[in-house]
Design a protein around this ligand. Structure first.
Ligand code: PLP
Length: 425
């Protein structure tokens, strides 16, 4: 069932003028134009709207009082009818809190999926998916991806719960070879955090499906504004909604979106219910509020990130810039095909002089904040190798920059000042 259907009953009326116009001018001259009232469900109204409009509406007008913002339901438990039934379909707040439903519905719409589930974090969402696979399942995942998930896969492999095999990120030949052995899941992350490798989603899906594997794409960096993996053939999409979806660095959240309600999806939903890895109502409400401005924020961050990447490319203090919007990026052509409207707000660069020089550049910044995370309205910089620790594939002179929505020239002035001593040093 459409998760929004129960909560948002048909309640909006519109005049259906077109039908009367079709009746002909003659008829209209002879009798007063009849304005017929036609009942439209929110799904009818939303059917033709662009994703940006759906996001700005934030789920639409709430039906009870007509509020433009939905209410927060803090209730943990819900009244049963005299016959013992739950006529409103809500019994207990562990996985049935109604506050998250408009958020889940909007996420499913933005990604072009049939259903979405919110989780207490991006890691909880990823773990719910991987744990829903049969014990001992083989997973093929990139060698460059969000480091905590990479390490969790390695740990789960060590414990023999799954068998995770790493292939070079974006390398379809390596993926094809890895798929020679029976595989349950192909994990993709594009652009990859933090080194921005690009994977051709359509082609990876073709290879994976031919081998009988399901494809899940971590779409955290691209966001549904720029890429919709389900439309390119993926089966599931993961988000750390902590990042750009919420966008204000004040919610930790995760989401999965599915292309179809199948057995795997049922197992994921059951796992969330049993384990209780849910998102609280206030966080779900904040996330919906953040989503209303998603398109504006992503467009602004992407534009600024490209401008900064181009300036840094020419900077003598910088030895390499990783950003899919650059023509020199090996995945640029694929990115142009599968990312529409920009290349995202995250870029990384290597600083001349090694780790100490990179740390010194970060230390000199005054506007861009030294902090982990990405996708917020404020720009953040991070020395990734020191947070990822031993065994990280990330070079020790690399800084990851998450570009926010500040004035571009303020950001460049800050970077320019911080890079200056390295240039002359
Ligand atoms: N995926 C990506 C690409 C991430 O960057 C992160 C976190 O940084 C995660 C998943 C995990 O999300 P969370 O921190 O919400 O658990």
């Amino acid at each position: 069932m459409d998760p929004g259907a129960a909560r948002w009953p048909p309640a909006v009326f519109a005049f259906d003028l077109a039908a009367d116009r079709n009746a002909g001018l003659e008829a209209a001259r002879r009798q007063p134009i009849l304005l017929r009232m036609k009942t439209e469900s929110p799904a009818d109204i939303e059917a033709d709207l662009h994703p940006c409009t759906l996001a700005a509406r934030g789920g639409g007008v709430e039906p009870q009082y007509g509020g433009l913002v939905p209410p927060i339901h803090p209730a943990v438990t819900y009244e049963r009818a005299a016959d013992g039934d739950y006529p409103r379909g809500v019994a207990y707040g562990r996985d049935q809190n109604p506050t998250g439903r408009p958020t889940e519905r909007l996420l499913a719409q933005l990604e072009g999926g049939v259903e979405a589930l919110l989780f207490g974090s991006g890691m909880a969402a990823a773990a719910a998916l991987i744990d829903a696979l049969p014990h001992g399942s083989r997973i093929v995942a990139p060698d460059r991806m969000y480091w905590a998930l990479r390490r969790w896969l390695d740990q789960a492999t060590g414990e023999r719960r799954i068998a995770a095999v790493a292939v070079p990120a974006g390398d379809l030949e390596a993926l094809s070879l890895a798929l020679a052995s029976p595989t349950s899941l192909v994990w993709l992350e594009t652009p990859a955090n933090p080194t921005c490798e690009i994977t051709d989603i359509s082609e990876a899906c073709r290879l994976a499906h031919r081998a009988g594997a399901v494809v899940a794409v971590d779409n955290t960096l691209a966001t549904p504004v720029l890429t919709q993996p389900l439309r390119l053939g993926a089966d599931l999409v993961l988000h750390s909604a902590t990042k750009a979806l919420n966008g204000h660095s004040d919610v930790v959240a995760g989401a999965l979106v599915t292309a179809r309600r199948d057995e795997l999806w049922e197992r994921i939903a059951a796992a969330r219910s049993f384990r209780g890895g849910i998102l609280g109502p206030f966080e779900a409400w904040l996330l919906l509020r953040g989503l209303r401005t998603l398109f504006l924020r992503v467009a602004r961050s992407s534009d600024s990130a490209l401008a900064l990447a181009l300036r840094m490319l020419r900077d003598p203090a910088v030895t390499a810039v990783f950003y899919p919007g650059l023509e020199s990026h090996p995945g640029h052509d694929i990115a142009c095909r599968q990312m529409a409207g920009g290349f995202g707000g995250v870029l990384s660069f290597r600083v001349r002089g090694g780790q100490a020089a990179a740390m010194a550049v970060a230390a000199r910044l005054r506007v861009i904040v030294r902090a982990t995370s990405l996708g917020g309205v404020e720009s953040l910089i991070e020395h990734r190798a020191s947070i990822e620790g031993v065994g990280t594939p990330v070079p020790d002179d690399l800084l990851r920059l998450s570009v926010g929505i500040e004035d571009l020239e303020d950001l460049w002035a800050d970077l320019d000042r911080a890079l200056a001593p390295t240039r002359s040093g």
